[in-house]
Design a protein around this ligand. Structure first.
Ligand SMILES: [Zn+2]
Length: 366
């Protein structure tokens, strides 16, 4: 906590200089490649810079076995043979990797810059960061589309189409509860507890992979087929903060909000938006985020705005002109209209200027 004592910064270089001393004092540090140790210090330095700039909270220690990852920054020190599915890493030597077969196999393109090795459950992944020049994409032809992100129907388009984000399947919430219960009952430090934890971790991993896959498919489809994509600028963080409040000012609706939070996080609004933003740049369509206020109460047909326009979760019926529509489709149409109107967008990112760089990050399973 040097900064609290007025000594403002211990930078990256200063910490690197301490490494040899640390290696003498703590022998197991020597087992890790020194480049990886330096990269970890660089990440720490960045975390502190983010903290001092007010972009992030005070850095906390990682929990052991959570977010396990390390990075090799020097392309001279590693080698990737994607045809033979092998990877050479400092101190580890040649490592066999599992790559997809045929057209599913990942091929590296561009110049490798670094390799990050990370662990998810019982699998290790190597992700290779490459740099390459990408020509400016041709503008995408296709109708503009409004996107409503909802909890019941995940992604509803103004065309009436629905794209689903897969999460827990029917009955799997019970399986999850059973696994959690089983872990809680095991004796601390026992081998059975370790096994139960691995089973639970593997279950979580499967669900998250299923979700990630369906989100990628949905966002790619949108970015490739529509010239303009308008989404609501939901502040996911504000939406998902707990309604519980504190002892002086207890929140209302705690239980209902908790359920909604779980549902929102389950479909990962923030991730959908993030992917749409960068994929629009890749494929050459335009991304616009608009203020979503009252888009679910406004009649797309006549503009009449009234909470009573929506008698139920799924139904929209205008009390002024009688226009009837699926409630999410009506909202998506309003969002599209807001995105195409002058001067309303809060965030736009169009196709990149020509010669722009982009990094692709193919992942291969080790
Ligand atoms: Zn109306």
């Amino acid at each position: 906590m040097a900064w609290r004592h007025g000594q403002h910064s211990i930078g990256f270089a200063a910490q690197c200089a301490e490494l040899p001393g640390l290696k003498e004092a703590v022998p197991w540090v020597c087992e890790a490649p020194s480049h990886c140790l330096q990269q970890t210090l660089r990440d720490l330095d960045q975390a502190f810079q983010n903290f001092f700039a007010g972009r992030a909270a005070y850095p906390v220690f990682h929990k052991k076995y959570q977010n396990d990852a390390f990075r090799f920054p020097d392309p001279k020190q590693f080698q990737v043979l994607d045809v033979q599915a092998r990877l050479k890493l400092p101190k580890l030597g040649w490592v066999r990797i599992l790559n997809g077969k045929g057209r599913h196999a990942l091929k590296l393109s561009g110049k490798p810059k670094s390799i990050t090795v990370s662990r998810e459950g019982k699998y290790w992944f190597a992700s290779v960061l490459c740099e390459l020049e990408i020509p400016k994409p041709e503008p995408v032809q296709g109708p503009p589309v409004g996107v409503d992100l909802g909890v019941v129907q995940t992604v509803t388009l103004s065309t009436g189409e629905v794209l689903h984000v897969l999460g827990l399947r029917k009955g799997e919430d019970r399986k999850l509860a059973r696994l959690q219960r089983s872990l809680a009952r095991k004796k601390k430090g026992s081998r059975n507890r370790k096994r139960a934890r691995a089973r639970l971790a593997h279950f979580h991993l499967r669900i998250s992979h299923r979700r990630r896959d369906s989100i990628h498919k949905a966002t790619t489809k949108l970015a490739k087929n529509h010239s303009l994509i308008v989404v609501e600028d939901l502040r996911v963080k504000a939406m998902t903060t707990s309604a519980r409040g504190n002892i002086e000012a207890p929140g209302r609706n705690v239980k209902a909000k908790g359920g909604l939070n779980r549902a929102i996080l389950n479909v990962a609004f923030g991730e959908i938006r993030r992917q749409l933003e960068y994929k629009c740049q890749w494929y050459g369509s335009t991304f616009v985020a608009v203020n979503p206020a009252r888009t679910s109460q406004r009649c797309w047909n006549c503009g009449h705005t009234d909470a009573r326009n929506r008698p139920s979760q799924a139904v929209f019926r205008c009390r002024s002109c009688g226009y009837g529509e699926n409630a999410d489709v009506n909202a998506a149409k309003n969002i599209l209209e807001r995105g195409t109107a002058e001067g309303t967008p809060v965030a736009v990112c169009g196709a990149m200027p020509s010669g722009g760089r982009r990094s692709r990050n193919p992942r291969a399973q080790a």
